[in-house]
Design a protein around this ligand. Structure first.
Ligand code: ACO
Ligand code: KIV
Ligand code: MG
Length: 517
């Protein structure tokens, strides 16, 4: 018999605290629906007091995404709690998450409160939230560095005040598995009312142990895991959802605990997040990385051919990878395309299928073989909004020892009704510099490019190139991504996407990385 573990996804709150991972309202709604389709139990949709935009996103997700609990975060003060309550009120299953740090370092230097005041504020906060909603989570922030006696006292008081979940964060990723096991076991053994609440884990990955620490918590009796897609989150990130879910599923023999997650949605959801944020996962990332199921060496390949379980502890199709990679060509029709996309976890129908089909045919004219990864790159493209620029055409001239020049035509708005503008720039350091500057002239904005990468999406000389750009505008960080068989075009599209994000505004401050160069 498996014990059910609640999956509390915080991609849209703690995950969004990753530098460069800010999302706009439409992106958050798309992501929230994908999380509901993945069958997470709780979506922490944001921190409503943080900004009007955060409030609106939590409220819209609460009102539109069904079949899942929707949670808003609040500090232990009246304004935060009331705002969170208002934001989640429209949800089918609302939850308010109240937090207050309890460790000596945070008490003394950050909050400047003594132990008695912490307990008083925690109790008042939970009671106030409980008046707004029945489902209340309380987090003693930095619990992993909190004295155990005091942690037991706060947890007991929070449960008496009405907390239904007590979340034990390792806020700075300091714990080890034994440390976390002892923390949770102590709460289970010493807090008299602990059975009135679910114990939750919230582990950060600063020492690379977030998943291991969360599993240790489950062994000691925790019933909820807080995690994020691709493990994104503050600093080194949070416990990765795909890793913890597959660890519980694969090692059910040991943990005898499982989640409701539809694991075949893991890879599509991971890719959706990457396409929204522009933040790719590394190739060797467990579960969702491109190499996670790739076998390179002869002895392994021999074993795999004889019996896959010799070298595979999970089946790629169980996490959403498809078995075959080579798929369609220029003679394929809509039915085959839509069937293949569905198998890849992207059910595309109606007008959207027409748009993807048109793009597929254009690609198939340029490429002999269209791989799954090419198809995913096509569906990941979002149609432009009324205010977005898109690349119509470009012309670039470059010669040895001569400055480059470029002419670009961009359209603002959707294909049928958008207006086109053309500008030329002479004197670029190279072809991309000239193109980017011509784009800036059309859009009337200047960006400083701080990171630029091109990777190949699939195989072969005619592979599509995927360009990713990170750029600063007005002290804020924006990203853009572009895909094409022509890497110059991919780069220009990525720059145009970064311009669109910058013109929408709201990027994170560019100077928040302590290791920024
Ligand atoms: C561990 C975590 O991940 S916690 C969540 C972190 N996420 C974020 O901070 C993202 C969103 N944050 C924000 O937009 C802003 O920080 C806001 C809007 C919440 C607050 O902004 P400001 O009012 O300007 O405060 P600022 O951020 O400078 O400082 C935080 C204040 O909250 C207090 N505080 C911190 N945590 C708590 C808490 N749990 N309960 C009560 N007060 C708290 C701090 O002591 C500080 O108070 P002080 O100004 O009296 O010293
Ligand atoms: C708000 C809390 C749960 C948090 O994110 C942390 O402590 O890391
Ligand atoms: Mg956190």
């Amino acid at each position: 018999m498996s014990r059910p573990i609640t999956i509390f996804d915080t991609t849209l709150r703690d995950g969004e605290q990753s530098p460069g991972c800010s999302m706009n309202l439409a992106e958050k709604l798309e992501m929230a629906q994908a999380l509901a389709d993945l069958r997470v139990d709780v979506i922490e949709a944001g921190f409503p007091i943080a900004s009007p935009g955060d409030f609106e996103s939590v409220k819209s997700i609460a009102e539109t995404v069904k079949g899942v609990q929707v949670c808003g975060l609040a500090r232990c003060n009246d304004k935060d709690i009331d705002r969170a309550g208002e934001a989640v009120r429209g949800a089918e299953h609302p939850r308010i998450h109240v937090f207050l740090a309890t460790s000596a370092i945070h008490r003394e230097f950050k909050l400047r409160m003594d132990k008695a005041e912490i307990v008083r504020r925690a109790v008042e906060g939970v009671k106030r939230a409980r008046n707004l909603c029945d489902n209340i989570e309380f987090s003693p922030e930095d619990a992993a560095r909190t004295e155990l006696d005091f942690l037991c006292e706060v947890v007991e008081a929070a449960i008496n005040a009405g907390a239904t979940t007590v979340n034990i964060p390792d806020t700075v990723g300091y714990a080890t598995p034994t440390h976390m096991f002892n923390h949770i076991k102590t709460l289970v053994d010493r807090v008299p009312n602990i059975d009135k609440a679910v114990i939750s884990m919230h582990c950060h990955d600063d020492l690379g142990m977030a998943v291991a620490n969360s599993l240790a918590g489950i062994e000691a009796g925790a019933g909820q895991i807080e995690c994020t897609i691709n493990g994104i989150g503050e600093r080194a990130g949070n416990c990765s959802l795909e890793e913890i879910v597959m660890a519980l599923r694969t090692r059910n023999d040991y943990y005898q605990a499982d989640t409701r997650i539809d694991t075949t949605r893991l890879v599509p959801t991971s890719r959706l997040l990457s396409s929204i944020t522009g933040m790719e996962v590394q190739r060797n990332k467990a579960i969702v990385g491109r190499n996670a199921f790739a076998h390179e060496s002869g002895i392994h390949q021999d074993g795999m051919l004889k019996e896959p379980t010799t070298y595979e502890i999970m089946r790629p199709e169980d996490v959403g990878f498809t078995k075959t990679d080579l798929v369609l060509g220029k003679h394929s029709g809509r039915a085959a395309l839509s069937d293949r996309l569905k198998a890849l976890g992207y059910p595309v129908e109606g007008d959207k299928l027409d748009i993807v089909f048109e793009a597929f045919k254009r690609l198939a004219d340029k490429k002999k073989e269209v791989y799954d990864s090419d198809l995913i790159a096509l569906v990941d493209k979002r149609p432009p909004s009324e205010r977005d620029w898109s690349l119509v055409s470009y012309d670039v001239k470059t010669h040895t020892d001569e400055p480059a020049s470029a002419t670009v035509t961009l359209r603002r708005g959707p294909k049928e009704k958008g207006e086109e503008t053309t500008e030329t720039f002479f004197g670029g350091d190279g072809p991309l510099d000239a193109l980017f500057r011509a784009v800036e002239k059309v859009a009337g904005i200047q960006l400083e490019v701080t990171d630029y990468r091109v990777n190949s999406v699939s195989k072969g000389k005619d592979a599509q190139g995927e360009a990713n750009i990170e750029a600063i505008s007005d002290g804020r960080l924006y990203r853009g991504r572009g895909v094409s068989t022509d890497t110059v075009e991919a780069s220009t599209k990525a720059f145009v996407a970064a311009v669109n994000s910058a013109q929408a505004g709201g990027g994170p401050p560019a100077n928040i990385r302590r290791n920024a160069v």
